[in-house]
Design a binder for this molecule. Structure first.
Ligand SMILES: Cc1cc2nc3c(=O)[nH]c(=O)nc-3n(C[C@H](O)[C@H](O)[C@H](O)COP(=O)(O)OP(=O)(O)OC[C@H]3O[C@@H](n4cnc5c(N)ncnc54)[C@H](O)[C@@H]3O)c2cc1C
Length: 407
């Protein structure tokens, strides 16, 4: 999402753009995510409440958060940094950086639509958070209070279980309360990413798939930068460019580190699958206590969840899928969890302070654009616009200053 959005904007600004993708369009985290565009809840991940969940549930394969016990220096650095930033004060600081981004994030999708991206985004007044016990809604309402206090508007209305079912009849009688959240949209991630790639290519962006960047040369003020690229047959090639944008999601660390980016980008792996539902919910559903996110996608319902700190390339662990099924089946009586398709694992690019890494590195010709964690779909198009402003003016937009990749 981040790479394609950036390519689209750079090309519109009149630059010649080549995308080097090691696999294919939407091979990374941007494929199987929940597709929520939810600025009111686009907030930093490290916070005191997540820490409490983590400490009670961390090492169980059934919990929504899983940290395998294995020696890994980067994972340890990530966890210690995450711990340090899980305070109210650090959350407020990071949230202050999100507020101006959230203000513009949906409008950035309208800009793509006006510029020829054919797949729609779906505004909804009925994004629903669902709870088994009435008191549980308090946790989310308290969170909204803190988000409002940080300057981010949130409109939320408390609903009864029956009011939730009137909007989404597939929700089971186990749900006794809900919250209707305003100001959100959702999209079909695979369709949207393909439409964005098609629009970028129609404008002249060159897309090279099955080509891996193995090394980056930062150039000098007078000499172009470059990348070494290995294609599927193992052939190496050097490509020179005025600017290289690293938008490699959870794989950002290795290529960015030689340019002074010391912050760890840790894969926070999430899982998803789709199920049929009758009647099919027409709106996204959120089960905050189970940390499960659901979205209607072209006739099926995508169910997504889990946060597993492992390597991005590790294989899918079926135990996580089963844990999501166990947590969600009692809450969605209208869904058939035995008819699962598109089982998927993907890696949220998480940073210890919960903020993306966007901006110039030690080489002004190498720009980092990644580390969006839970929110790279919501913030992808805006990131592309801001990176393009940086590249074309040579000046870092003010909203990017707290996201400095060298912090
Ligand atoms: C279960 C789940 C649910 C989520 N739900 C939401 C949601 O509802 N809303 C939201 O906003 N966000 C959501 N997210 C987060 C979101 O998916 C990510 O933040 C976002 O997709 C990151 O986009 P990206 O472009 O930075 O990375 P990616 O989509 O991972 O793209 C990186 C690309 O770089 C390529 N690449 C890597 N290394 C190289 C190399 N050396 N050479 C060439 N190519 C390379 C990869 O193949 C990949 O295609 C969710 C994530 C998960 C896992």
């Amino acid at each position: 999402m981040v790479g394609l959005s950036t390519a689209w904007h750079l090309c519109r600004a009149g630059l010649e753009v080549t995308i080097i993708e090691k696999d294919r369009v939407a091979a990374g985290s941007s494929w199987g995510n929940a597709g929520w565009l939810t600025p009111p809840i686009t907030t930093p991940l490290p916070e005191p409440a997540i820490l409490r969940t983590a400490l009670t549930a961390m090492f169980s394969p059934n919990s929504p958060l899983y940290v395998p016990l294995r020696p890994d220096v980067d994972l340890l650095r990530f966890l210690l940094g995450f711990l340090r930033h899980s305070t109210s004060a650090a959350w407020r600081r990071a949230m202050a950086a999100y507020v101006p981004l959230n203000r513009e994030s949906l409008e950035a999708f309208d800009e793509l639509a006006a510029g020829g991206v054919r797949e729609p985004t779906h505004p909804t007044a009925d994004f629903l958070a669902c709870f088994r016990e009435v008191e549980q809604h308090r946790l989310l309402m308290d969170e909204f209070e803190q988000i409002r206090a940080a300057g981010q508007p949130v409109t939320a209305e408390l609903l009864s279980g029956d009011e939730v079912r009137a909007i989404a009849p597939a929700v089971s009688a186990a749900i006794t309360a809900g919250i209707r959240l305003g100001g959100t949209r959702f999209l079909h991630p695979p369709h949207y990413l393909q439409a964005l790639a098609d629009a970028a290519m129609a404008d002249g962006v060159v897309l090279r798939e099955a080509a891996t960047v193995t090394q980056v040369d930062g150039g000098t003020p007078v000499r172009a930068a470059g990348v070494r690229v290995r294609d599927a047959s193992g052939e190496d090639e050097e490509i020179r460019a005025d600017v290289v944008v690293l938008a490699t999601g959870s794989w950002l660390g290795r290529l960015a580190r030689p340019f002074g980016v010391r912050m760890v980008v840790q894969a926070g792996r999430g899982y998803s699958f789709t199920v049929p539902a009758d009647p099919m919910p027409e709106v996204p559903l959120y089960f905050p206590m189970q940390r499960v996110a659901c979205t209607p996608l072209a006739g099926r319902f995508r169910v997504a969840g889990m946060m597993e700190f492992r390597k991005p390339g590790d294989p899918l662990d079926p135990r996580r899928i089963h844990a999501i099924v166990r947590a969600t089946r009692p809450l969605l009586s209208g869904a058939d969890f035995d008819d699962r398709q598109d089982e998927w694992v993907g890696s949220r690019p998480c940073t210890p302070d919960g903020l993306p890494l966007i901006g110039p590195t030690r080489s002004p010709r190498v720009i980092a654009a990644g580390g969006h964690g839970m929110w790279g779909i919501t913030l992808g198009p805006l990131t592309g616009r801001l990176v393009t402003e940086l590249v074309t003016t040579g000046r870092t937009p003010d909203v990017l200053l707290p996201l400095d990749p060298l912090r």
